[in-house]
Design a protein around this ligand. Structure first.
Ligand code: NAP
Length: 283
């Protein structure tokens, strides 16, 4: 029987076993996916078990998304650009790290939310952590008109942009076709913004206040909060108050899991598989 794990610390909250065990059963795979609370010292041994075939694959969560890299043989382009690994798989006896957040985000945006990014789109990305790196990297591939980025700690937003391009003195730069600008935390996004992506943890805590303002947005704007717990986030509440369409991150969660599942089993789950799991999770 294949053994798969999501490793992290804490790990109690993880929904990954529900998602993967559903598909494992549906596709009649002889496998079991479990949560594993680990310490850093155990990472080496876990990777050894991947090498000897005792473990088939891993998902990796906080605080090991960066730390795991030193134990792997390779990281793919998605992990390089996001500076974090959330999926580990074995290919031709090599232990490879990938990050499925960016792809999961865009698959959910296109397939579940039916939102189409246009070359003329202007996007505001909120956050500069691991998830933001993955989303930013995928956003650049869309060759859209402009990306604005804001983060509570401004220097981390600057670091994110510098990771993809050398930042010029005035803080306004072009990466390929896309104009990228850094914005101060708490600024008022202008009416030209089509899509706001919250890739920060703002809204995870009960007493968080919405630091993003929507007064200037038009009704054509869409707000995608990648947080899925709470189901209606503080940012979504604010969006609804302004009559702006929005979504939480549950479909991204399931779509990024689907990308991991494909890396382990070469099975592309279909829309029914996605929707059944979303329902199973109570959304
Ligand atoms: P991370 O690397 O720890 O980054 C956290 C980010 O959130 C940083 O930009 C941080 O800003 C910001 N932040 C934290 N608390 C904040 C607050 N109270 N107000 C404003 N900004 C705050 O985490 P991550 O992996 O990028 O994940 C970010 C969020 O996305 C988490 O809530 C996570 O659950 C969610 N997520 C969802 C999915 C999905 O599939 N739906 C996938 C990945 C992540 P500073 O730089 O100022 O600290």
């Amino acid at each position: 029987m294949d053994k798969l794990y999501v490793i992290g610390n804490p790990i109690k909250h993880s929904k990954s076993p529900i998602i993967h065990n559903y598909w494992i059963k549906k596709y009649c795979i002889n496998a079991e996916y479990e949560k594993l609370k680990v310490n850093e010292i155990e990472l080496k041994n876990i990777i050894k078990n991947l090498k000897n075939g005792t473990i088939k694959g891993l998902n990796v969560t906080i605080p090991f998304k960066q730390k795991i890299v030193t134990y792997l043989d390779e990281i793919d382009e998605s992990a390089k650009s996001s500076l974090a690994v959330n999926t580990v798989f074995v290919k031709k006896k090599k232990i490879i790290g990938a990050n499925t957040d960016g792809k999961g985000f865009f698959n959910s945006l296109y397939k579940d939310i039916n939102y189409r990014i246009q070359p003329s789109s202007s996007v505001l990305l909120v956050g500069a952590g691991g998830a933001a790196y993955g989303i930013f990297s995928e956003l650049l591939k869309k060759k859209i008109s402009s990306i604005e980025i804001t983060n509570r700690t401004a220097s981390r937003a600057r670091d994110l942009v510098s990771h993809f391009h050398k930042l010029e003195a005035r803080g306004k730069i072009r990466i390929g076709n896309t104009e990228v600008s850094l914005r101060p935390w708490g600024f008022n996004p202008s009416s030209k913004i089509d899509l706001i992506i919250n890739a920060s943890s703002l809204g995870m805590k009960k007493d968080d206040k919405c630091d993003i303002h929507f007064q200037n947005l038009t009704k054509k704007a869409f707000i995608y909060d990648i947080i899925y717990n709470p189901r209606e986030t503080i940012i979504m509440k604010e969006a609804i108050r302004h009559g702006i369409s929005c979504s939480n991150g549950i479909y991204m969660l399931v779509r990024q899991a689907a990308e991991s599942f494909q890396k382990w089993y070469d099975i592309k789950v279909n829309n029914d598989d996605i929707n059944e799991v979303v329902k199973l999770l109570g959304y």
